[in-house]
Design a protein around this ligand. Structure first.
Ligand code: 5BU
Length: 257
């Protein structure tokens, strides 16, 4: 199941412009590192984006944990995304009926669709969730990743659920560009895989998170992008540690190819 194709070779196989753009910037910048920026102030968020922007392909947010959220903050984040060439991914994990997720994606104080290139969603509610999100995201050429597996030690995801999630992705290719998963799930090369739960020193945290190292995630399990959070953000020198992850992730990818 693991593809030996390079990111560059897969660009033409992608249908969605954002998937093409992401693979392009990954090959160009030589990075498959995504940062999970789980900080709680606008200042910390923007500082991370500016300092670590050159090292990453995706900047992942949890916008609802920011104490002083403002539209100015996301405007500034979008400018940094342009300056450093990364995509913004709001890890919102939508999980409701179509009408509700439509509002959650478009309205409220966050107006996620206005600034997040990528979002993710659970397949659990069925096709209605796709229809609701597409109603908002398609016209703005946004894209979605489906949660096919999670990284926690006691997740309730089953093989059957994961398979059905893959089917849902196949039926919604105009919006779904890939998965959040722990490993590659199909023989197709035209889905992107992002994997959270990545660390070098730790095997987990005290709240159920489990970690793999970059080699396992990229070379052994065939994921495309590794998502690293606290291992970088809580380090004494986040830039130095990000550079280390970036190199390990890229080496693992080159070994895979
Ligand atoms: P960490 O600090 O590297 O453990 O952060 C991991 C991030 O990825 C964090 O933002 C989680 O919300 C996110 N995550 C995850 O850890 N596991 C999952 O299965 C999914 C998201 Br989906």
């Amino acid at each position: 199941m693991i593809t030996k194709l390079t990111y560059e070779q897969r660009i033409t196989q992608m249908q969605h412009p954002l998937a093409k753009q992401l693979l392009q910037l990954m090959s160009h910048k030589k990075t498959n590192l995504a940062l999970a920026a789980d900080v709680t102030s606008a200042d910390e968020l923007l500082t991370l984006a500016d300092k670590l922007g050159p090292e990453i392909c995706v900047f992942k947010t949890h916008i609802d944990i920011i104490d002083d959220f403002s539209i100015d903050m996301v405007n500034a984040l979008q400018k940094l995304a342009k300056k450093h060439q990364f995509l913004i991914f709001e890890d919102r994990k939508f999980a409701d009926i179509g009408n509700t997720v439509m509002h959650q994606y478009r309205d409220g104080i966050y107006k996620i669709v206005e600034w997040a290139d990528l979002i993710n969603a659970h397949s659990l509610p069925g096709q209605g969730i796709m229809n609701g999100l597409k109603k908002v995201g398609l016209s703005k050429q946004r894209a979605c990743l489906l949660l096919a597996q999670m990284s926690g030690s006691e997740t309730l995801f089953t093989e059957e659920y994961t398979k059905k999630t893959v089917n849902m992705a196949e039926e919604n290719r105009d919006f779904v560009i890939g998965f959040i998963a722990q490993q590659r799930l199909t023989n197709n090369h035209d889905f992107l895989y992002m994997t959270p739960g990545v660390s070098l020193a730790q095997s987990g945290d005290s709240l159920g998170q489990t970690y793999n190292d970059p080699y396992t995630v990229i070379a052994k399990n065939g994921s495309d992008i590794m998502i690293v959070g606290r291992a970088i953000t809580e380090a004494n020198d986040p830039v130095k540690v990000a550079k280390t992850f970036r190199q390990l992730g890229w080496d693992a990818y080159e070994q895979r190819c």
